[in-house]
Design a protein around this ligand. Structure first.
Ligand code: FNR
Length: 197
């Protein structure tokens, strides 16, 4: 087997998928903070999925435009960063629905081989640990190239990230910088061996 080694030039475009549809999402705030801490060669853009209907396989024969657009946005991303809350000890249903849309029709899995990171914030003490575990299981099945370490479970206190995206607790800011630098390295490693589409 031969693996092509391909140099990729910056910028590296990171599609950010927020696991919450809330206007005031703390996870969107967290994503903003990560964008601020990321190396300048990494450009973040949010991939929205709020308008997707509930998936069922009857759509496979004639995918709606909103789902085609969603899959194209995923395809255009060099990497993906999931920033999600935990809902009832699992991943939010709307996020799972979006992942299902991206995975179909069978054989046209938009997630395959994407360099990916997972992080999340919640008000609860376990900081989305179980939600992320559920998400990781689904992403593994979909052949995503996940960063497995460091993990990041953020218990969000009001004011942790200010309106400019600045992290107000120095230790947390340092931790998030470490996380996003490791994510950037992971993305470059995956892109080195797996060509961009
Ligand atoms: C929650 N929340 C929550 N928190 C947690 O730590 N573990 C959990 O299992 C749940 N479950 C849960 C279910 C539902 C339906 C809601 C609406 C909320 C609380 C959650 O952490 C809090 O609402 C966050 O603010 C959600 O993130 P966003 O939407 O602000 O990004």
């Amino acid at each position: 087997m031969k693996i092509d080694i391909i140099e990729h030039e910056p910028p590296y475009r990171v599609g950010v998928i927020i696991g919450s549809l809330s206007r005031d999402s703390i996870n969107r705030r967290l994503a903003g903070a990560l964008e601020r801490l990321a190396p300048p060669e990494f450009e973040f853009f949010e991939i929205s999925y709020a308008d997707l209907p509930l998936y069922n396989r009857d759509f496979d024969a004639d995918y709606p435009q909103v789902a085609i657009d969603f899959k194209e946005a995923v395809a255009e991303a060099d990497a993906l960063l999931f920033v999600t809350p935990e809902y009832n000890r699992s991943l939010p249903g709307a996020l799972k629905n979006a992942i299902d849309w991206g995975s179909r029709p069978w054989g046209q899995n938009a997630w395959a081989n994407k360099p990916t990171g997972v992080i999340g914030a919640s008000s609860g003490a376990i900081g989305t640990a179980l939600g992320q575990q559920s998400l990781r299981g689904t992403l593994s099945f979909l052949n995503v190239r996940q960063m497995t370490s460091p993990e990041a479970y953020i218990q969000y206190r009001p004011g942790l990230v200010d309106d400019d995206g600045k992290v107000t607790v120095p230790e947390t800011e340092e931790f998030l910088r470490t996380f996003v630098m490791a994510f950037a390295e992971h993305v470059l490693r995956v892109l080195t061996v797996i060509p961009r589409p």
